[in-house]
Design a protein around this ligand. Structure first.
Ligand code: NAD
Length: 320
C-alpha cells in the first residue's frame, strides 16, 4: 500500500512543489491549507489524481485526518515579510498552535514529522556563515519578531515532543528559496525585481544594496527536504545555497536576464533587515550527502519564464 503523507501549506510555493515530489515518489498525499497566502492554482493539476486529497483547513485549529499517516510535513505559515507583517497574530498562531496540532497528530498516528524552520531564527546574525550551533540574534519585539519567534518556538516544541513523547522529528532551517509559483507581489527581492522589470519599472534596492542574500532553487530544496525526512537525524539542518550575492549585483543580473532598459533606484532599508545571510551547509553535505545543483543563471531563467507565462493582470495584482 502507498505510504501516506500530510503536507500542510500545500497550496503555497514550497508546499505545492512538495506535493508534486511525493506524488511522483508514489505516495498518497493529503494536502492541507487555509489559503491565507497560498493559491489553489498551485495544486489544481493534482485534483484529478486518486493519490491526492485536499483539506481546506486552518492548522491552528484541531486537525482531524482519517486513516493512517506515515509522514507529516508542516509547511503552513505565512513566509514573506509582506504577509507576516500584515497577519502577525495568525503567523504566531500557526507557528505555535499549528505546530502543536501537527505534533499531536504525529504522536497519535505514530508518524514522522518534519517542520519547516527558517534562517530567520538566526535573526540579524553576528556569525557568518551561520552554522546550526549558532543561537541567533533576534529582536523579539521588532516587526520581524512575530515570524522569527514563532519559528524558534516551533523548534523548541518540536524538540520537546521528540524528547518527552519520542515522536520522530526532523527540523529543517530553510534559507531563501526561489522558483516557479512564488508570488510576484510577495515582497521578496527576486519576484519584486522580476515583476518591476516585466512592468517596465525601475528596480528598487533597499539600503545601498551591499546586503547579501543566497538563493536556493526550489528543486534543490525539495531534494534536501526529501533526504532529511528519510534520514535518521533529529537535530536542525540548514538547507540553502551558500553562493552569496549582494542585492545590487543581483538586481543587475535580473536586468541582464530580462533585457530591460530600466534603472536601479535606492530606498531606505526596512527595520531589522538582515545584512548578511549565508548558510553553512557542512551538516547537509556530511549527513544527507546534499548540496545545491542548480546554478543561479539556470534557476533564474526558469523562474523568469514562469512569471512571463502568467496572465498580464497578475503583474499588477496587489498583495492579498
Ligand atoms: P507560502 O506563503 O507560499 O506558503 C505557505 C502556505 O501555508 C500557504 O499556502 C498558506 O495559505 C498556508 N497557511 C498559512 N497559515 C495556515 C494555517 N493556519 N492553516 C493552513 N494553511 C496555512 O510560503 P512558502 O514560501 O511556501 O513557505 C512555506 C514554509 O516554508 C513556511 O513555513 C515558511 O516559513 C518556510 N520557509 C520558506 C522559505 C522560502 O524561502 N520560501 C524560507 C524559510 C522558511
Amino acid at each position: 500500500m502507498a505510504k501516506r503523507i500530510l503536507i500542510t501549506g500545500a497550496a503555497g510555493f514550497l508546499g505545492s512543489h512538495l506535493c508534486d515530489r511525493f506524488i511522483k515518489e508514489g505516495y498518497h498525499v493529503i494536502g492541507m491549507d487555509n489559503l491565507i497566502t497560498g493559491d489553489i492554482r498551485n495544486i489544481e493539476h493534482l485534483f484529478p489524481l486518486s493519490s491526492f486529497e485536499f483539506y481546506h483547513h486552518d492548522v491552528s485549529k484541531f486537525i482531524h485526518v482519517p486513516g493512517e499517516l506515515d509522514y507529516i510535513l508542516h509547511f503552513a505559515s505565512p513566509a514573506s515579510p509582506i504577509d507576516y507583517l500584515k497577519i502577525p497574530i495568525q503567523t504566531l498562531k500557526v507557528g505555535a498552535m499549528g505546530t502543536h496540532n501537527c505534533l499531536g497528530l504525529a504522536r497519535a498516528k505514530n508518524a514522522r514529522i518534519l517542520v519547516a524552520s527558517t534562517s530567520e531564527i538566526y535573526g540579524d546574525p553576528l556569525v557568518h556563515p551561520q552554522k546550526e550551533e549558532y543561537w541567533g540574534n533576534v529582536n523579539p519585539v521588532g516587526p520581524r519578531g512575530v515570524y522569527d519567534e514563532a519559528k524558534r518556538y516551533m523548534e523548541a516544541i518540536t524538540m520537546a515532543y521528540h524528547t518527552f513523547h519520542q515522536v520522530e522529528t526532523r527540523i529543517i532551517r530553510i534559507f531563501n528559496t526561489y522558483g516557479p509559483r512564488m508570488r510576484l507581489n510577495d515582497g521578496r527581492a527576486l519576484p519584486a525585481f522580476i515583476g518591476q522589470a516585466l512592468r517596465g519599472e525601475d528596480l528598487t534596492v533597499f539600503g545601498d544594496g551591499s546586503q547579501t542574500r543566497s538563493f536556493c532553487y526550489v528543486d534543490d530544496l525539495v531534494e534536501g527536504i526529501y533526504r532529511l525526512l528519510m534520514s535518521d537525524y533529529d537535530q536542525p539542518v540548514n538547507i540553502g545555497n551558500p553562493n552569496e550575492i549582494s542585492l545590487k549585483d543581483f538586481a543587475e543580473e535580473v536586468l541582464k536576464l530580462t533585457g530591460s532598459a530600466v534603472k536601479i533606484i535606492y530606498k531606505p532599508l526596512p527595520v531589522d533587515d538582515p545584512k548578511q545571510r549565508k548558510p553553512d551547509i557542512t551538516k547537509a553535505k556530511e549527513i544527507l550527502g546534499w548540496e545545491p545543483k542548480v546554478d543561479r543563471a539556470e534557476g533564474l531563467k526558469a523562474t523568469y519564464e514562469y512569471f512571463k507565462s502568467l496572465p498580464k493582470e497578475e503583474l499588477f495584482k496587489q498583495p492579498k
